[in-house]
Design a protein around this ligand. Structure first.
Ligand SMILES: [Zn+2]
Ligand SMILES: [Zn+2]
Length: 345
């Protein structure tokens, strides 16, 4: 079996694993498996090491920290340095259009601006001062968001579509999720920046993949590699086929082919997530509502294990008022300062 088949098998296994985890995370089976795994680990690993691991995991995933921001900048810097070092110089020698080569850098600048805006913008934190305003923004559906509920941690009345973020320890209006990558909650006031951040990140990965592919194709055409022959295991002359060509390029330009593979996988993963986020935006749902709405559906599904006392719930999205209205709500969210200005006009 050659390396290309092995690599594709490995990639398929990783993708199947990710999909299986996503499906299983909605059921009790995975939680039971995780609990059993924890029991086995607690018997093997010494207690002090377990505590250190717990502290590290808590620091990384359950507290606001700068590790992910630094990791993000380092990773992005490494990919761009590799792109500049390997592709940019070669492509300039091959007389590629400069506008085309500079596109990933242009997208990087826009991406960093929106990354900073997503990190630094108030996601819609509910305080005593703005509590009354937020209570009037959305209707209560009485299934997912019942009226007259107080947050047990903030002791504030909970507006519809809000949620208490256990990481940041505050209630957020139109709470979507807590994103460790931007070290902030995604809520009413920064969902628009998060969307553009994700869009430019996907576009910059895709543009790098396109330029790298164009470079390799150009190289094959210029050097007429496809007309070459090679000797196979049985000593016969064979015309260069696609699989052999890819293996040849991998051995000649390992870093470029690896970079291309990485940005291609990244583009597909980010593109998939972007489609999901756009679907949520178009249907006026948050990730929190989608998950909880889906969970209500799961409870009705006979295939999913549930406790006998769990009553099936009927959840209906009452906030969707058409595509443009839903998008306007994200890009022009309700804001007390803006509302005040409108009153004075
Ligand atoms: Zn709260
Ligand atoms: Zn948060």
């Amino acid at each position: 079996m050659d390396f290309l088949v092995l690599f594709l098998c490995y990639l398929a296994l990783v993708l199947i694993g990710v999909v299986m985890i996503c499906i299983c995370s909605k059921t009790h089976h995975l939680k039971g498996l995780v609990r059993r795994g924890e029991q086995v680990i607690s018997c093997i690993v010494p207690e002090c090491l377990q505590r250190a691991m717990q502290r590290l995991l808590h620091y990384l995933f359950h507290s606001r920290n700068h590790t992910f921001i630094i990791l993000h900048v380092v990773l992005q810097g490494m990919v761009y340095a590799e792109y500049t070092w390997e592709i940019f110089d070669y492509c300039q020698e091959l007389e590629f259009s400069l506008d085309y080569l500079l596109l990933p850098y242009l997208l990087l600048i826009v991406n960093l601006v929106f990354f900073t805006l997503t990190c630094a913008t108030n996601p819609g934190i509910i305080t005593k001062a703005n509590e009354l305003f937020f209570l009037q923004v959305y209707e209560y559906d009485e299934v997912m968001f019942p009226k007259n509920v107080r947050c047990s941690s903030c002791d504030l009345r909970k507006p519809a579509r809000s949620k208490h973020c256990s990481v940041c320890n505050w209630c957020v209006h139109r709470f979507d999720h807590h994103c460790v990558w931007v070290n902030n909650c995604i809520g009413a006031w920064n969902t628009r920046y998060f969307l553009i951040y994700l869009l430019t990140l996907t576009a910059s990965a895709a543009s790098m993949a396109i330029v790298s592919t164009a470079f390799l194709v150009h190289l094959v055409v210029v050097s007429e590699l496809y007309q070459e022959t090679y000797i196979d295991d049985l000593g016969r002359f064979q015309v260069m086929d696609t699989v052999f060509l890819i293996q040849y390029l991998f051995l000649t330009f390992p870093r470029i082919v690896f970079l291309l593979g990485f940005v291609m996988i990244l583009s597909f993963l980010l593109g998939g997530y972007l489609c999901f986020v756009l679907y949520l935006a178009a249907t006026n749902q948050t990730t929190n509502e989608w998950y909880r709405g889906d969970w209500a559906w799961c409870q009705r599904c006979p295939l999913v294990a549930r406790s006998p006392s769990a009553e099936p719930q009927v959840y209906q999205n009452i906030h969707s008022h058409g595509l443009w209205s839903n998008l306007r709500e994200i890009f022009l969210p309700a804001n007390p300062h803006y509302e005040k200005k409108k009153k004075y006009e």
